[in-house]
Design a binder for this molecule. Sequence first.
Ligand SMILES: [Fe+2]
Length: 240
Amino acid sequence: MAKINFKRLTDELCQKKKGHSFQLFSINIYQRDILMSQETRSVIISSFEEMQDGYFKSSTTSSYTGDVEGMGAMHNLDIFEELIKEIEISVLEYLRSFSKMSDKLQVYHQKSWPVFLKSGTSVDSHHHSNSDLSAVYYFDVPEGSGGELIFYSPIDLGLPSNSTGVDFWKNKFCVNGIKPYTGLLVIFPSSIKHEVRKYTGKKQRVSFSFDFTLTASTDLGSGQIENLPPSINHWRAFQT
Ligand SMILES: [Fe+2]
């Protein structure tokens, strides 16, 4: 059960006569730059060329998303080892920034896939219902405009919030955007709705998407933390 910060609320009530507002809920989003070595980048780029050739010969208009094209487990490929290590460090740092129990968790790479975004295309709003945390790493962002990563506020509209551009007298969505650039990593809760605005760069944009699942750590046995799945060591596949 979530811990209620009674002292904070009491303090705020004591100051009520002064008439002020404060932020009660917030969402943690993580950003960090990861600059890969040129050698590693070259290996990755050449490995993608053959794959893209095959795809774009059959589809000249749509972008490529590896999760539906049989390329959904990049984390198991040796060429991504350097990047995966930095991403793991970042996810753990992100967890530690808002949780005191991150040492009781086991994080798993569940899915990871490349996205080749063609100029003139976008990604409709969605969330990742299959995972707990998600991330995007911008491997190659050519010069051009558009392609912003937009997050939708999960706070019901009609309520005042700290989101930019909010007009709570009209039924508008509250959004915040991030302008991508080469080397940027963004980590966010999988449940938050997001989209990619229309990208209009001259060359295709390359990014990598990641989904992570959290369980209790193996050390905690089969049942120690409420609301978290136990370690997969305790799971059993149906035999029927
Ligand atoms: Fe997404």
